[in-house]
Design a protein around this ligand. Structure first.
Ligand code: PMP
Length: 453
């Protein structure tokens, strides 16, 4: 293990050769990247010995803590036995076992697992499979459109980017992208004064139905992030929308793609968000927490109905000829199996109920803060929205990035918070303790004062 650097020298070498994700590299002038040496539980430690609580689970992937030794050991053991093998024509025990487990754990009716190695690719697979299903099924090549939701996010590859709706990431590449039909978001922050979450969900589902009446004949699928639009400022919505969505997709013969890449594996309070609406999507995309945050692995689950439409003689071109070199990598599968075991041995979904209530109670006093327009929470994701006067506003209310001030305050005080615009959120590993939550909420409270001053 390399342990010889220090923050400054590693940052300098980094800036000579790296190009960081989702970063304006000029922002690093005067604010070099922080070099992390190690991680344990919710803590990460830099080369100068400074420690930070990873309140965002390192882009929402880590669920049972950094350096989790059960997951690390499982990967090590697997690495000594079989690190990788081509998945076309070959298989291996970890992937068979993992697929059996995922079929059992996900909503009833999802019976087939197709593996990729990152969330965006899992989304691409769902889009291609849906389009190809309609073609295989009825020779229907009129279905070539997708419906997405306002404020949605599904990844960065061109297909996944196209079905997202966050302009910051998407607009530049507009000329390269498929054009989805965008239905209004069920985001509960947008509800009218006095309107309930359910009533607003129904109103937005009615708007979707109008789109379907016009466009269902040319639409392959609707893609949504169930319950929380995470990259879209952690906006949340009622399960009622998902119930309506399932019924509409059935009525209008359009697939439903549930992108649970960020919300799957217990984030929303249930193992999968779709459970809260008691629905089964036609495709479910999973990644991030799947390996406990250790290795890149993703899976798209679908039904026998979809699978069977591809099952034919080779020369009919009905097969799904999509692959990635690292599809179903055995190390990733071993990490995923160890992660699922952690859910069982820790009774994690149940324990998170108490933890999420604790977080809610800690954040509650901030409701009265004059700059807090909204505090929202679904399971282990809690967010608060800052506005200049505490009223619910939707346009970027400030020129300056106030969240950035909270971020900087956090770094000085042992907290890795990574606000989205003016939305501060907690999406920590499930191993966080109450006193660590206390610390984060203290830092956020002080950070808000600095940010709004
Ligand atoms: N879908 C959702 C809902 C996501 O939050 C993300 C990643 N933030 C993706 C897809 C893309 O996953 P990846 O970054 O692994 O490509």
């Amino acid at each position: 293990m390399l342990n010889t650097g220090n923050n400054a020298s590693l940052a300098e070498r980094d800036l000579n050769v790296l190009w960081h994700p989702c970063t304006q590299m000029k922002d690093h002038e005067g604010a070099p990247p922080i070099a992390i040496k190690s991680g344990k539980g919710v803590w990460i430690e830099d080369y100068d010995g400074k420690r930070y609580i990873d309140a965002v689970s390192s882009w929402w992937v880590n669920i049972f803590g950094h350096g989790n030794s059960n997951i690390a050991d499982a990967i090590g053991k697997q690495a000594h036995q079989l690190e990788h093998v081509i998945l076309a024509g070959f298989t291996h025990e970890p992937i068979v076992e993992l697929s059996e487990k995922l079929v059992n754990l996900t909503p009833k009716g999802l019976s087939r697992c197709f593996y990729t190695d990152n969330g965006s690719s899992a989304v691409e697979v769902s889009l291609k499979m849906s389009f190809h299903y309609w073609l295989n099924k009825n020779g229907n090549n009129k279905k070539h459109c997708f419906i997405n939701l306002g404020n949605s996010y599904h990844g960065e590859t061109l297909g996944a980017l196209a079905v997202g709706d966050v302009g910051l990431y998407k607009d530049t590449y507009g000329p390269l992208l498929l054009q989805p039909i965008t239905a209004p978001s069920p985001d509960n922050y947008l509800r009218a004064e006095g309107e309930t979450a359910e009533a607003f969900a129904d109103r937005q589902a009615d708007a979707l139905e109008q789109i379907l009446e016009k466009h269902a004949h040319e639409t392959c699928a609707i893609i949504v992030e169930p319950l929380i639009q995470c990259a879209g400022y952690m906006r949340m919505y009622s399960p009622q929308y998902l119930r309506r969505l399932r019924a509409l997709c059935d009525r209008y013969q359009v697939h439903l793609i549930a992108d649970e890449i960020a919300v799957g594996f217990g984030r929303t309070g249930t193992l999968f968000a779709c459970e809260q609406a008691d629905i089964t999507p036609d495709f479910m995309c999973l990644s991030k927490g799947l390996t406990g945050g250790f290795l890149p692995l993703a899976v798209t689950l679908t039904s026998d109905e979809v699978y069977n439409a591809f099952y034919d003689d080779y020369d009919t071109l009905k097969a799904f000829l999509h692959s990635h070199s690292y599809s179903g990598n055995p190390l990733g599968c071993a990490a995923a199996l160890a992660t699922l075991k952690e859910f069982e041995t820790r009774n994690a979904v149940q324990n998170n109920l108490a933890l999420s209530t604790y977080i809610a109670n800690k954040l509650a006093p901030l409701k009265d803060h004059p700059n807090v327009a909204d505090i929202r929470q679904t399971g282990m994701v809690a967010a608060l929205e800052l506005t200049p006067d505490g009223s619910r506003q939707t346009e970027f209310p400030w020129q300056e990035r106030r969240g950035l001030k909270v971020f900087k305050h956090g770094l000085k005080n042992q907290a890795l918070l990574r606000p989205l615009g003016n939305v501060i959120y907690l999406m920590p590993p499930y191993v966080i303790t109450e006193s660590e939550v206390d610390h984060l909420v203290d830092v956020i409270t002080q950070g808000i004062e600095i940010a709004v001053a």
